[in-house]
Design a protein around this ligand. Structure first.
Ligand code: DMJ
Length: 455
C-alpha cells in the first residue's frame, strides 16, 4: 500500500504537497499556503526508511536537497508546518544521520519564529514565510490562536535547541507553558481559544478532539521525551486529564465509554475520529500516573479503543466516520451527512498500535487488519488512495485527496502494529503528533536554560 501511494504521488504529484489520485495531479490546501513544498515527500520519509524502501527514501532526500526552499512568499500554518515538516525532517535526520535534513529543519524553524512576535508570545496560527507577517484564522473565536496549534510545538522546538545549542526555540515554547500555567481554567479545563493580543481565553469550548487534542498529547510526550525528568509537564498532563475525566468522559446507555466536548456550558455527546487518538495517549501515560492509577488508565485506553472500533464496525464500509454521536438512541454513529466521511485518518489505528504494544491482546491486530482490508478495498484507486465521502453508503464517492498523513501516520502505524516491539521501542522513541519518531533526550548533562527539570 505504501508503494502504491508513493509511486503514484511520484508519478503524478511530485513536488506538490499532496496528490489527487483520481484526477492524477498535484493537490494542496490553505495550510501550506500557495507553496509547493513537497509535503508528502517530507511526511513520508521516515515511513519509507522504516519499511526499508531505501531507493524511494533516496529519491525523496535528493528532492529535498535540491528543491526544498523556504524563501517563498507564502502564508502557511505554523502548527502544520511544524508537525509535518520540522517533525518529518528531524525524524529523517535521527534515523538516517543525513545532515541535509537537520539543516533544512533549522532553516525552516527560523522562518516560523516571527510568528511568536505577538504581545503575549502566543504565536499566530499563520505566518508568511517571506515577510514574517502573522495572523490568525478568520473563523477562530474572537481573534484567538488555537490550543492544539500553539500547544503542539514543544517536542520539535526542544529538539531544535538540543541539536543547534541555540536556546531560542526552547525559550519560545517554555514561555507558552509558563503563560498557560498562570491562567485560570474553568472547571480545570483548558478552553480551545486564547487571544494572543490580550492573553485572555476566547469561547469556553474544550475538546480532546480537533482544536484541543495534541496539546494534551504534547504535555505527556514532553515528560517522556525528557526521560521522565520534566515533572512540570507531567503534572500539567495529570491535572488536565483528571478534569477531562470528570467533565467530559461518560458511558453511553449501551455501555460505550466516550469523550464528549464542553460547549456553551454543557456536554455535547459527540466524539470525533480525531479524539480516538486519546485511547493510545491514556495507555502511554498509564505508567507514571498519579496515585498509581496505571491499571485504570490502561483500562480507559482499552475502552476508548473499543468505542472507536465500534464506530468503524457500525458502518457499511467498516471505516470510521469523522464524528459520531451518543444521543437519543444513537451510539457511535454519525448523524449529520457532513460527518460521514473518512479521509484516511490515522487516530483509530494509532490507538490500536499503542494498545497492542502495552497489552499484546491479539484483538488489536485483528482490528488493525480489518481497517487495512477496508482501506485497501474502498479507498484504493488506480492513481493512489482517496478519502470517501460516506462510510454508510455501499457505493461511496471519493474526495480525490491522498492526504500526506496517510503516508506519515496511517500506513506507519499499521506497519508497526504488525512488526516486533524492537522496531522503534517506546523506551527510546517518542512519536510526534504526525507519527514522526524523535529520540528520548538524556539531558541531565546538557544546559537548556530556564527549566530546572532539565538540569
Ligand atoms: C494529523 O496531521 C495529525 O495527527 C494531527 O495531530 C491531527 N490531524 C492529522 C490526522 O488526522
Amino acid at each position: 500500500m505504501m508503494k502504491h501511494a508513493w509511486d503514484n504521488y511520484r508519478q503524478y504529484g511530485w513536488g506538490h504537497n499532496e496528490l489527487k489520485p483520481i484526477a492524477r495531479k498535484g493537490h494542496s490546501t490553505n495550510i501550506f499556503g500557495n507553496s509547493q513544498m513537497g509535503a508528502t515527500i517530507v511526511d513520508a520519509l521516515d515511513t519509507l526508511y522504516i519499511m526499508g524502501l531505501h531507493d524511494e527514501f533516496r529519491e525523496g532526500q535528493e528532492w529535498i536537497d535540491k528543491n526544498l526552499d523556504f524563501s517563498v512568499n507564502s502564508e502557511v500554518s505554523v502548527f502544520e508546518v511544524n508537525i509535518r515538516f520540522i517533525g518529518g525532517l528531524l525524524a529523517a535526520y535521527y534515523l538516517s544521520g543525513q545532515e541535509v535534513f537537520k539543516i533544512k529543519a533549522v532553516q525552516l524553524a527560523g522562518k516560523l519564529l516571527p510568528a511568536f512576535n505577538t504581545p503575549t508570545g502566543i504565536p499566530w496560527a499563520m505566518v508568511n514565510l517571506k515577510s514574517g507577517v502573522g495572523r490568525n484564522w478568520g473563523w477562530a473565536s474572537a481573534g484567538s490562536s488555537i490550543l492544539a496549534e500553539f500547544g503542539t510545538l514543544h517536542m520539535e522546538f526542544v529538539h531544535l535547541s538540543y541539536l543547534t545549542g541555540d536556546p531560542v526555540y526552547y525559550n519560545k515554547v517554555m514561555h507558552i507553558r509558563k503563560l498557560l500555567q498562570k491562567m485560570d481554567r474553568p472547571n480545570g479545563l483548558y478552553p480551545n481559544y486564547l487571544n494572543p493580543r490580550t492573553g485572555r481565553w476566547g469561547q469556553h469550548h474544550t475538546s480532546v478532539g480537533g482544536l484541543g487534542d495534541s496539546f494534551y498529547e504534547y504535555l505527556l510526550k514532553a515528560w517522556l521525551m525528557s526521560d521522565k525528568m520534566d515533572m512540570e509537564a507531567r503534572k500539567m498532563y495529570d491535572d488536565a486529564i483528571e478534569a477531562i475525566e470528570k467533565h467530559l468522559i461518560r458511558k453511553s446507555n449501551g455501555g460505550l465509554t466516550f469523550i464528549g466536548e464542553w460547549k456553551n456550558g454543557h456536554l455535547e455527546r459527540k466524539m470525533g475520529h480525531l479524539t480516538c487518538f486519546a485511547g493510545g495517549m491514556f495507555a502511554l501515560g498509564a505508567d507514571g500516573s498519579r496515585d498509581d492509577k496505571a491499571g485504570h488508565y490502561l483500562q480507559l485506553g482499552a475502552e476508548i479503543a473499543h468505542t472507536c472500533h465500534e464506530s468503524y464496525d457500525r458502518t457499511t464500509l467498516k471505516l470510521g466516520p469523522e464524528a459520531f454521536k451518543f444521543d437519543g438512541g444513537v451510539e457511535a454513529v454519525a448523524v449529520r451527512q457532513n460527518e460521514k466521511y473518512y479521509i484516511l485518518r490515522p487516530e483509530v489505528i494509532e490507538t490500536y498500535w499503542y494498545m497492542w504494544r502495552f497489552t499484546h491482546d491479539p484483538k488489536y491486530r485483528q482490528w488493525g487488519w480489518e481497517a487495512t482490508q477496508a482501506i485497501d478495498k474502498y479507498c484504493r484507486v488506480s492513481g493512489g488512495f482517496s478519502g470517501v465521502k460516506d462510510v454508510y453508503s455501499s457505493s461511496p464517492t471519493y474526495d480525490d485527496v491522498q492526504q500526506s498523513f496517510f503516508l506519515a501516520e496511517t500506513l506507519k502505524y499499521l506497519y508497526l502494529l504488525f512488526s516486533n516491539d524492537d522496531l522503534l521501542p517506546l523506551d527510546n522513541w517518542v512519536f510526534n503528533t504526525e507519527a514522526h519518531p524523535l529520540p528520548v533526550l538524556h539531558l541531565a548533562n546538557t544546559t537548556l536554560s530556564g527549566n530546572p527539570a532539565y538540569r
